[in-house]
Ligand binder design. Structure first.
Ligand SMILES: Cc1cc2nc3c(=O)[nH]c(=O)nc-3n(C[C@H](O)[C@H](O)[C@H](O)COP(=O)(O)OP(=O)(O)OC[C@H]3O[C@@H](n4cnc5c(N)ncnc54)[C@H](O)[C@@H]3O)c2cc1C
Ligand SMILES: NC(=O)c1ccc[n+]([C@@H]2O[C@H](COP(=O)([O-])OP(=O)(O)OC[C@H]3O[C@@H](n4cnc5c(N)ncnc54)[C@H](OP(=O)(O)O)[C@@H]3O)[C@@H](O)[C@H]2O)c1
Ligand SMILES: Cc1cc2nc3c(=O)[nH]c(=O)nc-3n(C[C@H](O)[C@H](O)[C@H](O)COP(=O)(O)O)c2cc1C
Length: 1165
């Protein structure tokens, strides 16, 4: 934020101002004259036409209508050159708003805030408005939310008519220190401000807010310094001044307060800070926070011997910010210098006044004004300033670029906001006025809220409490400064907020997000939020955003990531309209583009790209620093696609990447990739925000191992001694545990659909849902089921617990909590919120995952509990989570009892497992019935999972949920919920042809489709054609629903039926993708390319991909398309929701696929 910091009225081109054709006053004259194109409301024209006298172009400013304060210029006088005009000043002694005025300005501000959002939220706006009005009526004021504060600060900058650097208004870092209550805390905050702003010379704009004005201005927080960094000015006996004459009065005040003058030309004055209206305290600015530039000239070697220098950071600290009527008398802010400002600081006659000295050195004729020595010397001085700052790599702008950037901003503002207030007198630079474009542009000056206001110097009205001055002894002060500085890192860092968004299906991303929070909390104030709970309109005001997400389906978001990406797409569309850049119609569209961008970006580095052109407009998310980590599996063709989509969208909305996207492959080194990425991002974030110097890298690394949240005997305990020993029933328990609304169905029956010869089991599961009103579904939807672990495995776990707890008595997991209160530290055991009260058996049966391979962190705990040294060291080796762990995990896929069998000396307390095991997740099943045909029922087609580990040589593992369903008896409760699959529904128009492709259990949802069609046909609906392509091993073994399909064909619900048999002794091996090309090519081409038909693919991901490839081949062979056009055509089918996929995961040939992909990946590492 830049204002004319020289406290003198600029003395240029007065006659230009008054020249009718160029002045603002003239523009007003023009609008007052009748103009048929200018509609008039209440006698005031709706816009004013402004002319550019260089190009002749005109523009209209209609924003001025919203100006709350007029400039004071009339037909008869112009106050354009007045330094502190009334409309830009607020004197708290005279200016008090009435309640009505307060409400008016607050309501206007809140409306501005909500209308600025890309995503509108009228309900929230209404609610907030009434909250604010109510608060003003009852308390006389209201509290700005942090996001409102950030918006207000940016808008105040945007509205500042005298600032030339406003193009960057959207890129302002806000430090919210409204909580401080003493000058020590203010000093800490200011130190952090200076450190952040200075950034080793790569200056960044920021603002620090201290508490707002209360109803009594005598309780104000103030920074008495006009600027944070100032040079002292010492009046000498002879009336001359050493140092900066501008600061003589303030220097004398500092001396009275006890500051010891040094008598030099460039002595940095202390910070004089006032809290709660108390007498001010002063603090020396730590030397390492003051960056100065010694001035030298590119051609005059003598120049540097003159000893001139200036600060790197211009930070104004005496301006009051008024945001929606809330006044902030202490809100220091900074931008970067324009060269002419420093030149004037040193050359103005009333300042350092060095122009003559320079001119003499240049041997100019200083006696004769017409030699233009002043002009020549001033230009050279400006050259020296720019040269010195640029050579030292300290941000600076020359006045020509500044003017050009302002003109760009002006044009942007006219386009997007309908106007741009500007003070022409201040905006035109002090040298070379007519050489810059601003000079020729008519600009209207008006005042908008939020605004930056001049205010009287506090020493002019402060009533001293402790005598006229208050002095510290130097010793005392140095100590206090030392303490403050050492605390600074931590205290300040805690104010920089970090939001960690996650989306997950099976819980891993949440675990990673929590680890990230642990490490970031060492230097930031981090919180973890699920994407679906996040209000995307807050995005533009975030400072630091980290995203951890997996990918599901076939490159799709996890369910709880869908709303966020939809909102981002919406925002990016409106951005695209404004910026005329590429638009995205769907996530698949972005995914395709993101892989292209990724390869482009891999050639460049993002880290700390602070040198971005400061003359460019700051984009929508330009304040945001972000980094994304994706979890995925390289067995899927769209590896980590969703994370890449988020990364692309944030980047394209001009968020700044702290680090390139990280990707963790569950088939190989996912944890390790995460740890490396997280460490890098943490380092980059600390550098960016100048925090974390005091953070031990050891502590931070431990956090990454999850140790901050880890178990220890004295941190957790299990007790049966509980007040309320009634366990919630399992439905309530599960609902709380999974934070989900769960229902109960009852098992009706299961039927094995495979023949006796097959040796495998595929179940038709029939559930009764008549008692659960929430179980309402449409064909295509999924049922999520919370299974039970097998009793045999639960028993093996219970048998290994070392503590003596009855497995059937209700227990509670408790955590040891310590809280610091005013009365001292209070410690007690509190219930751990994660696990509901239940028996040990129930915990391992229903809530916790005892089937998955333990994480490295859990193995570390096992190592701690091992009594045998050999076992301990092996466990520690595995716990490193590196290649040894990956090998072991992949070969043995051990569940918890198997690990405990391998490491027999481990003595496990139940609290360890209860606190550390991941939750037992639900499994999804595609619904295989139509509710219209089977009201009150849900049918599933479930393949029962059995496999041997170690590539077929190890013990048999049974799939948790499919085994649970297989073993369930009539009447058993099944805990479940419906997951709507909106992307996998039959077409709205039933006449459209549909092609269904699904081998094995992939047939599951299609049964609901044909049942629905049978129902529609019976009702008399005109239904289109439906083709089913099914694949199985052998016609006599696993030809699922053979009779039902024939039945459906009879009533023309299914019009075409094809099969692919892979193990039919009389035929060559065939898969669905082969049959599609061989027997269904013509049909597929006609239906998809000519008849607006739909294709549905269901089941394993590899199969789905092969089918996609076959479809492309069909388009090439039948449609005579080339390969690229055919691929685009199929991609378009997806984008336009004509190609639908329901992906179960890697279900076909799981071991072979995973092994193949993993081996390939390992060889690439
Ligand atoms: C949207 C969606 C819809 C689905 N619809 C259906 C459906 O209609 N019918 C259906 O049967 N399933 C369906 N599934 C799959 C289902 O959700 C379960 O994944 C499946 O039933 C297995 O669960 P489980 O608890 O029995 O096995 P788990 O205990 O979860 O064990 C499965 C795991 O074992 C491992 N594994 C499996 N086979 C092998 C092998 N040969 N070698 C090595 N490791 C192996 C893999 O890691 C696999 O993830 C669907 C999945 C999704 C995501
Ligand atoms: N999450 C899970 O891990 C999970 C979930 C569900 C089921 N399963 C397991 O996965 C297996 C799948 O059972 P299922 O009944 O759905 O199917 P399936 O009977 O194993 O296979 C159906 C048909 O698909 C064929 N096929 C195999 N690979 C294919 C490919 N890449 N493209 C096209 N077709 C392919 C099979 O041929 P060939 O076998 O002859 O090659 C077979 O003809 C079962 O063993 C089950 O235990 C695992
Ligand atoms: C049904 C299913 C579909 C998946 N699809 C993809 C995919 O398209 N791309 C990918 O990289 N990973 C895919 N994965 C792998 C998951 O992203 C991976 O397991 C991840 O670690 C899960 O993290 P989460 O627990 O946070 O959801 C899929 C997994 C399943 C079970």
């Amino acid at each position: 934020m830049e204002t004319k910091r020289n406290s003198f009225v600029i003395d240029r081109n007065g006659n230009k101002l008054h020249e009718p054709s160029h002045s603002n006053c003239n523009a007003m004259e023009r609008e007052n004259s009748p103009d048929p194109k200018t509609p008039s409301r209440n006698g005031t024209p709706s816009f004013r036409t402004l002319k550019n006298w260089e190009t002749g172009a005109t523009i209209n400013d209609s924003l001025y209508h919203k100006a709350k304060v007029v400039t004071g210029c009339t037909r008869h006088n112009c106050i354009g050159s007045v330094m502190t005009p009334d409309h830009m000043s607020t004197d708290p002694r005279k200016h008090v708003r009435t309640e009505e005025q307060k409400i008016g300005v607050a309501v206007d501000f809140i409306k501005q805030y909500y209308s600025s959002m890309k995503r509108k939220n009228p309900e929230m706006e209404e609610k907030r408005l009434s909250e604010v009005v109510e608060s003003i009526k009852t308390t006389g004021t209201y509290h700005l939310t942090e996001y409102e504060l950030i918006f207000g600060a940016k808008t105040a900058w945007r509205n500042a008519p005298r600032c030339i650097g406003r193009i960057q208004w959207n890129k302002l870092q806000v430090f919210d220190h409204r909580h401080v209550d003493n000058t020590g805390m203010m000093f800490d905050a200011i130190c952090n401000h200076l450190k952040y702003a200075t950034n080793k010379g790569n200056i960044r704009s920021c603002i620090t807010f201290f508490p707002p004005r209360s109803d009594d201005y005598m309780n104000d927080f103030r920074v008495w310094n006009p600027q944070l960094l100032l040079y002292a000015g010492y009046r000498q006996d002879d009336g001359s001044i050493i140092g900066d004459p501008n600061n003589v009065e303030f220097t004398e005040l500092c001396m009275k307060l006890g500051w010891k003058p040094k008598g030099g030309r460039f002595d940095v004055l202390p910070l004089v800070l006032q809290a709660k209206g108390e007498d001010p305290d002063w603090y020396a600015v730590p030397k390492d926070l003051i960056l100065e530039v010694g001035l030298r000239h590119p051609r005059f070697d003598w120049f540097q011997n003159l000893g001139y220098k200036w600060f790197a950071v211009p930070a104004v600290s005496n301006i009051m910010l008024d945001i929606g009527g809330i006044e902030f008398p202490a809100a220091p802010f900074n931008g970067w210098f324009m060269g002419t400002e420093i030149a004037r600081d040193l050359c103005d006659a009333s300042r350092y006044n060095v122009l003559q000295e320079v001119a003499r050195k240049m041997s100019l004729d200083t006696k004769n004004t017409s030699s233009l020595w002043k002009d020549v010397a001033m230009v050279e001085f400006n050259i020296a300033v720019l040269h010195s700052y640029q050579s030292d790599r300290v941000t600076i702008m020359d006045h020509h670029s500044a003017c050009e950037s302002f003109m760009k901003h002006f044009a942007n503002e006219i386009k997007t906001r309908g106007g741009c207030p500007g003070d022409w007198v201040w905006l035109t630079p002090p040298i070379s006025g007519s050489l810059t474009p601003i000079f020729h542009q008519e600009i209207l000056n008006y005042s908008m809220n939020p605004s930056c206001q001049y205010q009287p110097n506090p020493w002019n009205y402060h009533v001293w409490k402790g005598g006229s001055t208050k002095a510290f002894s130097f010793k005392q002060l140095s100590k206090s400064v030392l303490v403050m500085s050492s605390m600074m890192g931590k205290a300040m860092a805690n104010r920089v907020k970090c939001t960690i968004l996650y989306a997950t299906e099976t819980g891993k991303s949440l675990e990673y997000a929590k680890s990230l929070k642990d490490i970031f909390n060492h230097a930031f104030s981090a919180k973890v939020v699920c994407m679906e709970d996040y209000d995307t309109s807050n995005l533009e005001h975030e400072m630091l955003l980290l995203v951890v997400t997996s990918t599901f389906g076939n490159g799709d978001p996890p369910e709880n990531g869908v709303s966020l990406v939809q909102n981002l797409l919406e925002m990016s569309k409106s951005e695209a309209i404004q910026e005329e850049v590429e638009k995205y119609s769907s996530i698949h569209n972005v995914a395709r583009r993101s892989s292209r961008i990724k390869s482009e970006l891999s050639c460049s580095s993002f880290a700390g790209d602070e040198s971005a052109n400061i003359a460019e407009a700051a984009g929508y998310l330009s304040n945001l620093r972000f980094a994304v980590f994706g979890l995925g599996s390289s067995a899927y063709p769209q590896f980590c696609a969703f994370a890449n989509v988020i990364d692309t969208l944030l980047g394209e909305m001009q968020g700044e990447r702290l680090r390139d996207i990280g990707e963790g492959d569950e088939l190989c080194g996912q944890e390790e990739s995460f740890r490396t990425w997280a460490k890098d991002v943490f380092k980059a974030a600390c550098q960016t925000f100048c925090v974390g110097e005091d953070v031990s890298s050891d502590a931070a690394s431990k956090a990454l191992m999850g140790l901050d949240r880890s178990w220890s005997t004295n941190k957790f305990r299990v007790t049966s001694d509980i007040d309320d020993d009634v366990s919630p029933d399992i439905l309530e328990g599960l609902s709380k545990f999974h934070k989900k609304k769960i229902s109960v169905c009852s098992m009706n029956k299961t039927i094995n659909l495979q023949s006796k010869e097959s040796g495998r089991t595929t179940l038709l599961v029939e559930l009764d849902c008549r008692e659960s009103s929430d179980i309402q579904y449409l064909p295509g939807d999924h049922l999520g089921i919370y299974p039970c672990n097998q009793t045999e495995i639960v028993n093996r776990v219970l048998a290994r617990l070392s503590d003596d707890i009855d497995e059937d008595t209700p227990i509670q997991l408790q955590m040891f909590e310590q809280r610091t209160t005013a009365l001292g530290t209070i410690s007690n055991w509190v219930p751990d919120k994660r696990l509901p009260t239940c028996t040990l058996r129930c915990a391992f049966e229903r809530y916790l995952d005892i089937n998955s391979c333990p994480t490295p962190l859990l193995l570390k705990h096992f190592a701690d509990c091992a009594t045998n040294d050999k076992e301990k060291s092996r466990l520690l080796e595995l716990a490193e989570g590196k290649s040894k762990y990956e090998e072991w995990k992949f070969n043995y896929m051990p569940n918890i009892p198997e690990v405990l069998d391998e490491f027999t000396s481990v003595e496990i307390e139940s609290s360890l497992l209860l606190s550390q095991l991941p939750p037992l997740q639900c499994r999804y099943y595609s619904i295989s019935s139509s509710a219209s045909v089977h009201p009150g029922q849900v049918h599933l087609t479930v393949s029962v999972v059995n496999y041997k580990t170690q590539g077929g040589k190890g013990p048999v593992h049974h799939g948790v949920c499919s085994t649970y369903l297989n073993n369930a008896s009539h009447g058993d409760e099944v805990h479940c919920f419906i997951r709507p699959a909106t992307e996998f529904r039959l077409p709205d128009d039933p006449t459209k042809p549909v092609l269904l492709i699904g081998p094995g259990t992939g047939i599951a949802p299609f049964r609901s489709f044909w049942q629905q069609r049978e129902h529609e046909i019976e009702k008399g609906t005109n239904c289109g054609e439906m083709a089913l392509l099914f694949g199985c091993r052998h016609p006599e073994q696993d030809h699922l629903y053979k009779e039902e399909i024939q039945q459906a064909m009879k009533c023309a619900a299914i019009t075409h039926y094809e099969t692919a048999f892979s193990r039919h002794s009389d035929q060559p091996k065939q898969y669905v993708q082969h049959v599609l090309k061989e027997r269904l090519a013509e049909l597929a081409y006609q239906w998809l390319a000519e008849k607006d038909g739909h294709v549905y693919i269901c089941g394993d991901v590899t199969m789905a991909n092969c089918v996609n490839t076959s479809l492309i081949d069909v388009m090439v062979s039948r449609g005579k398309m080339n390969l690229i056009t055919a691929s685009d055509f199929i991609a378009k089918l997806k984008e336009t929701k004509h190609l639908h996929e329901d992906i179960f995961g890697v279900t076909l040939r799981t071991f072979e696929v995973n092994n193949r992909v993993r081996t390939r990946r390992m060889s690439m590492m």
